[in-house]
Design a protein around this ligand. Structure first.
Ligand code: ZN
Length: 174
């Protein structure tokens, strides 16, 4: 059986034009039966862009944004806090590992974009992972490439050429 592994994308909220919405991807998160996720504090610290800091007490933690002078200060994300561990209940999406690697040896996750601009997503008709066409403006899938749907190829036939160039949450990275 393949290991069940997840990444999570945290959606740090847009406060105003000075603080835009950003998405941060966290590797190896735990997903709990109630739908919440958990991850070590250290993992998040490494991922936070400049200007974002974690502030917490015994009960909760927040990600805040501060400008260079440290004057402009806003909460952009809220978490629950355990022992060096954060729990998050909202404002995130999870990406499941599909059990395969791309041609560069990088693990492929749900939501990843390949070299053709297609996106990995679950297909109910195939009852497995498939490549789909994603409309970035409408934020929805418009076509599935698998044989069970409108398409004419299976993800397994393309896996050797597969090269991850980004994901639906962070966009194209190379
Ligand atoms: Zn399909």
């Amino acid at each position: 059986m393949r290991p069940i592994k997840f990444k999570a994308v945290l959606h740090l909220g847009k406060v105003n034009d000075k603080i835009p919405e950003i998405n941060i991807t966290i590797d190896s998160v735990a997903v709990y039966p109630d739908g919440s996720i958990g991850f070590p504090e250290e993992v998040l610290k490494k991922k936070l862009p400049k200007g974002y800091e974690i502030y917490g007490d015994d009960f909760g933690a927040e990600i805040k944004y501060a400008d260079e002078e440290g004057e402009y200060f806003e909460t952009v994300f809220e978490m629950l806090m355990g022992d060096e561990w954060f729990w998050v209940e909202k404002d995130f999406d999870v990406m499941e590992f599909i059990g395969r690697k791309d041609k560069n040896g990088i693990e492929i996750y749900e939501g990843d974009i390949d070299q053709n601009g297609d996106v990995v997503a679950w297909c109910d008709r195939r009852d497995g992972w498939a490549m789909k066409v994603y409309d970035f403006t409408e934020r929805e899938f418009v076509l599935c490439h698998c044989y069970h749907c409108e398409g004419h190829f299976d993800i397994s036939e393309e896996i050797e050429k597969f090269e991850i160039i980004g994901n639906v949450y962070e966009g194209i990275k190379k």
